[in-house]
Design a protein around this ligand. Sequence first.
Ligand SMILES: Nc1ncnc2c1ncn2[C@@H]1O[C@H](COP(=O)(O)OP(=O)(O)OP(=O)(O)O)[C@@H](O)[C@H]1O
Length: 247
Amino acid sequence: MPPTSLLKPVARLATAAPIVSLRAIGKTYDTPAGPFAALTDITLSLEAGAFLAVVGKSGSGKTTLANLLTGIDSATSGDIHFGNVLLNGKSEEELTAWRGRNVGVVFQFFQLLPTLTVVENVMLPMDFCRFGRPQDRRPRALALLEKLGIAEQADKLPADLSGGQQQRAAIARALANDPPLLVADEPTGNLDSRTTTEVMDLFRGLTEEGKTVVMVTHERDLGDYFTDTIELADGRMVTTQGQGGRS
Ligand SMILES: Nc1ncnc2c1ncn2[C@@H]1O[C@H](COP(=O)(O)OP(=O)(O)OP(=O)(O)O)[C@@H](O)[C@H]1O
C-alpha cells in the first residue's frame, strides 16, 4: 500500500479569509445577434471547507460561472480573487499555469484519456505542472486511487471501469496537484443514485479535510450535502443559502 504521507491534506485556512471571492462579476458573450449577458452582478465568497451548490434552470449561467472559477474563461467585469491573487487581467497562459496548481476540475462525462491507464491519467496533471519529484508521482497517484477506493483499477484503461469508478478516477486526477479548490460540473449527472451517494460522500469527505468544492447540479435532493447554495436565473443570483458553515 502506498504511504499515506503522500496525501498530506491541505490545512484549513487559519484565518477566515475567503479562498475564492467574486465581486460584481459579469460575463458577456459576443454573439451574431449582439452581446449576450450570461452572468450579471455575481458576488460571493467561499472559505476553505465550503461545499457550494450552483443550481438553476438550463441556460441560467451555471457552467459559465464554473468556467470563471476554474480560469477556463475570464469575466468581462468585476473582480475574482483566489486567496490574495487577482485573476483578472492574467493571460491565458498564466491562467492555465495557475489552474494546474490551484483548481481540480471534474466533469459529467469524466473526460479521462482513453489510451492511458487509470494511474497514468492521474499522473498527467503532476507531469504537466511538474508537481513534486518525478519519482514520487506514480506512488502519489496510487495513493490517491487507494484513497478513492479504486486502487485495483490502477492499471486498467478507463473503458474497463464502471461509470462510478471512472468518476472516482477523475476525482483522483483532480486532486493530483493537491489544489485547494475543486470545481465539478454535473459530476453525478451520469451516475445512478447509489453511485451518486458514494461520490457525494467523497466530496463531503474532501471538504471536511479543508478542500473547497463548487458543484454545478440539477439534482435538488442532494441539498443536505452542501454548506452553501446559490440559485441562478437568467445569469443573476436569485437565492442564496448558507454562506456560512455546515450546520
Ligand atoms: N460561448 C458562448 N457564446 C454565446 N453564448 C453562450 C456561450 N456559452 C454559453 N452561452 C449562453 O449563455 C447562457 C448560459 O449558459 P450556461 O451554459 O452557462 O448555462 P447552464 O446553466 O450551465 O445551462 P445547462 O444547465 O443547460 O448546462 C445560455 O443562454 C447559453 O446559450
